[in-house]
Design a protein around this ligand. Structure first.
Ligand SMILES: Cc1cc2nc3c(=O)[nH]c(=O)nc-3n(C[C@H](O)[C@H](O)[C@H](O)COP(=O)(O)OP(=O)(O)OC[C@H]3O[C@@H](n4cnc5c(N)ncnc54)[C@H](O)[C@@H]3O)c2cc1C
Length: 287
């Protein structure tokens, strides 16, 4: 008996671009500035890359790079090739420090899950008395049925009101904070090397990432572009560097940035079968 046809699942939608909403959060690149990036950062990464392939000492390679004896385009070409080949240690020599403010605890909890090549310091809910704690209102709730939105706001305001009453009654802040909602805003300083920043951006600029953290990485990418369009160009959803999407939840390809890997593998399998049927070797990729 033939199998019953499987009903086609409706495609899920890409979450609306969070960049369209003003979320009241800020990401500011504290260090380095454009001059430092141009004078030191690109020459430093170039020196790390070139040292692997040169008889020259790194001191001399760096001197030449810093003193303008190597064309910037030639430095960039080598760096791009090395990064694309996955030789990631070469870009661990440079770091970026961001001030992040007004993000929700929902976001910060996701952000601090990154461990490799990144350091965080975050506003303490033990030591800071949140007299006027600010919160984040998601766009979907802002645009929801007004009655629902009011209930959300009452709930959040109620929690913050209870926090203030607890503190006023002498309850330590470290205990009173247990009532804080995930919407509570917070501030952090984050320092990351370029390799980790590219990795985090690959995950967090992806349309599968949660809207708020995606917006944060859009802001950070903008800051990097301000000091170096070249280094900023490496910050993209991971599918851009991979050439395909590996997200399980995008098997329906509702996000069109790159084909899903299942599609790529299916095309490969078909070409392999065609080549076999024609008595040929496997198809050879064109340069
Ligand atoms: C869309 C999305 C949904 C998510 N959903 C969930 C969820 O539902 N629940 C949940 O708990 N988390 C979730 N996460 C968080 C996720 O599982 C990771 O914890 C987080 O993205 C940190 O990334 P990372 O593991 O690459 O760590 P990073 O610290 O950024 O590490 C960078 C890379 O270094 C290497 N590395 C780091 N540490 C080690 C180690 N100890 N051993 C070996 N290699 C290491 C790995 O190659 C790693 O990819 C989600 C993340 C995203 C982007």
């Amino acid at each position: 008996m033939a199998d019953a046809p499987v009903p086609a699942r409706p495609k899920t939608a890409i979450p609306r671009n969070p960049g369209r909403h003003e979320l009241g959060m800020k990401a500011t690149l504290l260090f380095p500035d454009r001059e430092i990036v141009e004078r030191f950062y690109v020459p430093l990464v170039y020196t790390a890359c070139r040292t692997c392939y040169s008889e020259l000492e790194p001191q001399e390679i760096f001197r030449r790079a810093r003193d303008g004896e190597i064309a910037p385009a030639s430095m960039q070409r080598l760096i791009s090739n090395v990064v694309e080949s996955g030789h990631g240690s070469t870009i661990e020599h440079i770091v970026f420090t961001f001030a992040l403010s007004g993000v929700s605890r929902t976001l910060s909890h996701q952000l601090v899950r990154h461990r490799a090549g990144v350091a965080f310091d975050q506003q303490s809910q033990r030591y800071v008395k949140y007299k006027g704690a600010a919160t984040m209102l998601p766009g979907t709730i802002a645009e929801a049925d007004p009655a629902l939105r009011s209930r959300y706001e009452e709930q959040v305001d109620g929690a913050l009101g209870l926090y203030a009453d607890l503190v006023d009654a002498g309850i330590p802040g470290e205990d009173a904070r247990f009532v804080f909602p995930n919407a509570t805003r917070t501030n952090l300083v984050m320092t990351t090397n370029l390799r980790a920043l590219i990795h985090m951006s690959g995950l967090r600029l992806c349309t599968m990432a949660q809207w708020e953290i995606r917006r944060l990485f859009q802001l950070m990418r903008h800051e990097i572009f301000e000091v170096s369009p070249f280094l900023g160009s490496f910050l993209a959803p991971k599918c851009v560097a991979l050439g395909y999407c590996d997200e399980f939840n995008n098997r329906d390809e509702h996000c069109p940035i790159r084909p899903h890997k299942d599609t790529v593998l299916a095309v490969w399998a078909q070409k392999k079968a065609e080549a076999k049927a024609a008595g040929r070797d496997l198809p050879v990729s064109q340069p």
